[in-house]
Design a binder for this molecule. Structure first.
Ligand code: R5P
Length: 299
């Protein structure tokens, strides 16, 4: 098996390769002045199983194009199979029509990944459980929950409650609760204005008073959901709030907003590479490299 990496999250790719006792295989990615890419595989992959690792976060379009070209180059060079490890699958929130006249952007991405010849997808904590069903090729849907559960147990797994910042995340919370031997859980009722993106949260199902609250989400984008949820949880008497989110999308002023939030600590993973300027004191980054390596070893 040979492992190739795109440019979006090379440090994670290097960690995965290291876990597997390998080096990343040689690949040239030349970027023209107008940002177009030229990709060239520099090792023989004839009749070999290959893996390409690329996160498709911002700029999603460029990262997706780069991924498509790497897969095409591998296929043209005779690779037997191409597994695409896409730790964060861009456009996953647009998986159905919310309002009349909208595109199903994720479906377009899925069809293109299949058309360029990807044989299998590996990804983490997708926005809805339905997403793998959009693919005709096999999808291995991994989760960072084992990493979160370990941390929660260390903080204080006894006097705690898991909270989802919106009702849509309740399935996620139930799974994590199972990891934690049936920890109590609840949810905030969040409303987002689709036109402005403004988030409001008013009610919580579950008693948070005097408890350590583990606020769990799939991703942090602008940070608005987490900020609003932390404020509400503190108002309702939560002792400490610890935030857990798999994907650090971190757009706009998210790091500044998170720094201002009333969370003790914010845990994210490295499914998306986080530049130094977006790191802050109470942010802890957990690596998913071991989980990906184990999956590649066994499947
Ligand atoms: C929404 O359904 C997601 O699970 C996240 O809660 C959301 O994408 C976070 O976005 P933001 O950080 O912009 O509030």
């Amino acid at each position: 098996m040979k492992i190739f990496s795109g440019l979006s999250n090379k440090s994670l790719s290097e960690k995965i390769a290291k876990e597997l006792g390998q080096k990343l295989s040689e690949l040239d990615i030349f970027i023209f002045p107008d940002d177009e890419r030229r990709v060239r595989v520099r090792e023989s992959v004839l009749d070999l199983d290959t893996v390409v690792i690329e996160s498709t976060n911002k700029p999603a379009e460029k990262n997706y194009m780069e991924l498509f070209f790497i897969v095409d180059a591998l296929k043209r060079s005779g690779a037997k199979t191409v597994t695409a490890v896409i730790p964060y699958l861009g456009y996953q929130r647009q998986d159905h029509v919310f309002r009349d006249g909208e595109a199903v952007s994720l479906e377009v991405i899925v069809r293109t990944l299949e058309a360029v010849g990807v044989d299998k997808i590996i990804s983490f904590d997708m926005h809805t459980p339905r997403i793998p069903e959009l693919f005709k090729i096999p999808v291995i849907h991994l989760s960072a929950f084992s990493l979160f559960a370990e941390k929660i147990k260390k903080i204080d797994g006894k006097n705690g409650i898991l909270i989802s910042p919106d009702m849509g995340g309740i399935r996620r919370i139930k799974i994590l609760s199972e990891f934690l031997g049936g920890m109590e859980y609840g949810s905030i009722e969040k409303n987002r204005d689709l036109a402005t993106g403004h988030v409001e949260a008013e009610k919580i199902t579950g008693d948070v008073k005097g408890k350590n609250v583990y606020l769990v989400d799939d991703m942090i984008s602008t940070g608005g959901t987490i900020l609003t949820a932390c404020n509400l949880l503190r108002e309702k008497g939560a002792k400490n709030v610890y935030v857990f989110a798999t994907h650090a999308v971190f757009c706009k002023e998210a790091p500044q907003i998170l720094k201002r939030s009333r969370a003790e600590k914010i845990f994210v993973t490295d499914t998306i590479g986080i530049p130094e300027r977006n790191k802050f004191e109470n942010l802890e980054i957990l690596s998913v490299a071991g989980i990906v390596a184990e999956t590649l070893r066994s499947k």
